[in-house]
Design a protein around this ligand. Structure first.
Ligand code: MEZ
Length: 557
């Protein structure tokens, strides 16, 4: 339960609730005036973490050399490989497959299903288990223009408006045009979306959507989708094999410049294996576990941007890597759930962000970056609540949900949220929750075209690891869509390449040696700085100081 000083603030929230409820009845979603484009730009510049003067630095090597990129990503790109490329015998191939998929969230699983459908042999290498991914943790929904008052064209405008018009148009077109058929595909595979008694889809609004377009499975949408895809993959064991606890540490090319496989490393047996593949799909997800600007995160432990590093070393471009998505509503109390997602569906169903005095201070469904910046501003103005451990937050007034939608709505439509707080004796039907922005999504990523191809032959990317679809700010529910649309496209187009008779030459890791030479020339990159990161390092320095460690050449120091 909440400590007494918080209860005093909650009493003020309760005092204004009836007035805010009336406002919602009269004005629907528009309980607060949405910002103009100018106001949005202004608040982003002053309060969004991306715009702080030290948020970005110039990357000094590789395809994006000279560009300003989020600082922790630059550190990863300017890192040495985990392994010495000379230690591998690339003639001694352990796995020979037609398609290698790196990562087993919904993008990788969708790609595998499509490739197997075309009769191809697929190997999935994943650093934890199948389905251990951000995909599984998504809550609020998946967008698709399936309703009479909506269309892919309207969806398109919402996506590029939300993305600050920086999105790649051909990717957005693919996203919105494939959306309705993706929902059908998922339903046919067995996803149980929320329905009205007459069998029609329940659709809800999200931040920055001009139509109700969010299809959900309560607030377990990501799990409903990802589990279904995983079951389908299990059912296709004649074509799809998978290796768990096996991150990829480097891509392998051939002497014709094509991506032709990868080195994988088994986390338990500590064994390296060489995979040869005629096409490789990166579906490794994003970078939430980099804790950019020290933010807490909603992300899975595996979200360490490995795919960016692998693709960059082989010469692929990155797009919009100066842009980070902070979800406006991460939990800040109790301490055990700091950073956890409090789904946007809460606001879609009428919960309002209010300050310590119970005042509503922002339109609840601004695009995510603007909503997050407004919450940060409110706290910086001294209108937030400080938690016992010194974090700041504002209230998200959840009891309004039941007032507006009827008793039982929270347990019915938001069971994950209800349980997340009930475990700590906070009943969100009666009390608001304390929230603050949390690192949620990698807006940019590896550049692809609408076929999910990179500029490097044989290398495809799908899902959060790719960049360009969402511009510099993704809207809610477009990631669940993107992973299915581009996962399938990657699977289909990689299959086409293989069925077209692609031939591989001699395997090589010369690109890694070249990259190491460039790093050496920078002169200031310590050999101990290595990537891909694989798992985040939460070991405190005082513990590290007492650990036995391996140096770069694998000797105990
Ligand atoms: O798309 C998302 O990030 C999403 C659905 C998150 C949420 O708020 O539930």
């Amino acid at each position: 339960m909440y400590p007494d000083y918080m209860k005093e603030s909650i009493a003020k929230v309760e005092k204004t609730r009836e007035r805010r409820y009336r406002l919602a009845l009269e004005h629907g979603k528009e309980v607060f005036k949405p910002m103009t484009e100018e106001e949005r730009e202004g608040i982003l510049e002053r309060y969004h973490p991306d715009y702080q003067s030290d948020a970005r630095k110039r990357v000094r090597i590789g395809p994006n050399k000279g560009e300003l990129i989020t600082d922790r990503v630059v550190d990863l790109l300017e890192s040495y490989p985990r392994d010495n490329p000379d230690q591998f015998d690339l003639n001694d191939v352990d796995f020979d497959t037609e398609i290698l998929i790196i990562g087993a969230g919904s993008a990788g699983l969708s790609a595998a299903i499509e490739a197997s459908e075309r009769g191809l042999n697929v190997l999935i290498a994943t650093k934890l288990r199948l389905g251990d991914a951000n995909s599984m943790m998504a809550q609020g929904g998946i967008q698709a223009a399936t309703q009479r008052n909506d269309s892919p064209a309207i969806h398109y405008l919402d996506v590029i408006g939300g993305g600050h018009f920086d999105n790649k148009p051909d990717l957005v077109e693919a996203l919105v045009m494939d959306a309705p058929k993706s929902i059908r595909w998922l339903e046919e595979l067995g996803v149980m979306f929320d329905k009205n008694p007459d069998g029609s889809m329940i659709v809800k609004p999200g931040g920055g959507t001009s139509r109700n377009r969010l299809h959900s499975a309560k607030d377990y949408t990501g799990a409903a989708i990802c589990r279904t895809l995983r079951d389908e993959v299990y059912n296709r064991s004649d074509r799809i094999s998978y290796i768990e606890y096996s991150p990829v540490t480097e891509l392998i090319t051939d002497d014709r410049g094509q991506v032709a496989g990868a080195v994988i490393y088994h986390l338990e047996t500590k064994e390296y294996s060489i995979v040869r593949a005629k096409a490789v799909i990166i579906a490794t997800g994003g970078f939430g576990r980099l804790h950019i600007r020290n933010f807490a995160t909603t992300n899975h432990y595996g979200a360490t941007a490995d795919g960016l590093v692998l693709a960059y070393r082989v010469g692929a471009n990155l797009l919009y890597m100066d842009s980070v998505q902070y979800h406006p509503t991460g939990a800040v109390f109790p301490e055990q759930v700091v950073g956890f997602l409090c789904t946007e569906k809460l606001r879609g169903l009428g919960a309002q962000p209010v300050n310590k005095n119970g005042e509503l201070f922002v339109y609840p469904l601004e695009p995510r970056d603007v909503e997050a910046a407004s919450i940060i501003r409110e706290c910086e103005r001294g209108h937030g609540i400080t938690t016992p451990s010194g974090l700041k937050g504002v209230w998200l007034d959840t009891p309004l949900i039941e007032m507006l939608n009827g008793e039982g709505t929270i347990e019915n439509a938001l069971p994950a949220m209800f349980r997340q707080f009930k475990r700590f004796d906070i009943d969100i039907r009666r009390y608001p929750i304390l929230i603050y922005p949390t690192l949620h999504y990698q807006n940019g990523g590896i550049e692809i075209n609408a076929r999910a191809e990179t500029k490097i032959p044989g290398l495809y990317v799908a899902g959060e690891a790719s960049g360009g679809v969402h511009g510099r700010n993704r809207l809610m529910g477009n990631s669940q869509l993107d992973i299915v649309v581009f996962g399938r496209r990657a699977g289909i187009n990689a299959s086409e390449r293989v069925l077209g008779g692609v031939k591989l030459g001699m395997l090589t890791m010369e690109h890694v040696r070249n990259y190491m030479r460039e790093l050496d020339q920078l002169g200031d990159v310590p050999r101990s700085r290595i990537a891909p990161m694989i798992l985040p390092d939460y070991i405190p320095d005082h513990v590290k100081a007492k650990q036995l460690t391996l140096n770069y050449f694998g000797t105990l120091t």
